[in-house]
Design a binder for this molecule. Structure first.
Ligand code: PCA
Length: 322
């Protein structure tokens, strides 16, 4: 009797599942432990739990499904319906994607949120043009300088092999007189252990999850910028969901966004503590180093404005008015 009842229930579930259930694979580039991947996982779980079996989102971390550089294209072309991607790396497709990587435009979370508010409509529009919809954006901690050698001023960076992660960080390395190589975060340990890189810019999040203390001794808290990763969905895939499920996805995105922004400061402090506990010197930059970075920041801001034209200037006006 019991077996029969179970059988019927399973058959009913299967029938419902066959009619309605959909699974979305969600590629992301960064390892599972960091706060951004954790946010994606919570978002995916929220959707899966609240959509009553209609939609399951399966997150694939650490570039296991697509490498970071391929994720946006995969979502755009519909190879996958959804993905999480660091957006600054797409600044050369549209400068608005890299506004948050302009050094010293926004250096604390309050400013970063304002910059996000000011730029969100333009980011959404740029994604719409490409057949995608923005669900939410999550901030990385402020970017600092990891370095094997001690760095007292930018002169100490001359000729240093520098791991960049996109065009803006390559440009930054060039302006410092360093020698850039671009790698995905998942290849950091390889780059440092083989001597291809001896310094990089990044957040404590990357420092902790790539165990940078195995390779470098210093982390200078330059707080140069607060970049963001985005959860982006293919427009057609989103529109193909029923209305109820679309609402579940949007609510889950809103919740995930609120949570990750509310927690990031504390999380960032924790990452820096972990770096120190593992023997790294976590230091404020010297005045000379800060001044050097500030000068580079001015150059890169001007370059961004030149590239982004009137629409970019308008976003900056909105930001500065906040
Ligand atoms: N680190 C990323 C981008 C943002 C961050 O903090 C990276 O190193 O790839």
């Amino acid at each position: 009797m019991k077996r029969f009842a179970l059988g019927v229930a399973a058959a009913a579930m299967l029938a419902a599942g066959a009619a309605r259930a959909e699974t979305w694979d969600m590629p992301v580039a960064y390892s599972a432990g960091n706060h951004i991947s954790q946010s994606y996982l919570a978002f995916a779980q929220e959707v899966t739990e609240n959509s009553d079996g209609a939609l399951e989102i399966v997150v694939h971390t650490a570039g296991s499904l697509y490498a970071g550089a391929e994720i946006l294209r995969a979502v755009r072309s519909g190879q996958v319906p959804i993905g999480g991607r660091y957006m600054g790396a797409h600044a050369n497709e549209d400068p608005i994607f890299g506004l948050d990587t302009v050094p010293f435009l926004a250096t604390d979370m309050e400013q970063a949120w304002k910059l996000y508010e000011a730029s969100r409509p333009a980011i959404e529009a740029a994604l719409e043009e490409r057949g995608m919809k923005l669900l939410y954006m999550a901030p990385w901690p402020a970017q600092g300088l990891f370095s094997k050698p001690e760095v007292n001023s930018l002169e100490d960076m001359a000729g240093v092999k520098f791991r960049a992660y996109d065009a803006p960080t390559s440009r930054l390395a060039g302006l410092m007189g360093a020698v850039p190589t671009t790698t995905e975060a998942s290849e950091i340990s390889q780059a440092f252990s083989t001597g291809v890189a001896e310094a990089m810019i990044g957040s404590g999040a990357i420092g902790v999850f790539q165990k940078l203390w195995d390779y470098v001794d210093h982390f200078y808290t330059v707080n140069a910028w607060i970049p963001k990763s985005a959860v982006v969905v293919n427009r057609d895939a989103f529109d193909a969901l029923d209305e109820e499920t679309r609402a579940v996805v949007l609510r889950a995105a809103e919740k995930a966004e609120a949570d990750v922004w509310a927690n990031v400061e504390e999380v960032a402090r924790g990452y820096n503590e972990t770096l120190a506990e593992n023997g790294m010197k976590v230091l404020a930059p010297s005045q000379a180093l800060a001044d050097g970075f500030a000068a580079i920041g001015r150059t890169m801001s001007e370059e961004w404005v030149e590239n982004a034209g009137e629409r970019g200037a308008e976003v900056l006006r909105v930001y500065r008015a906040k």
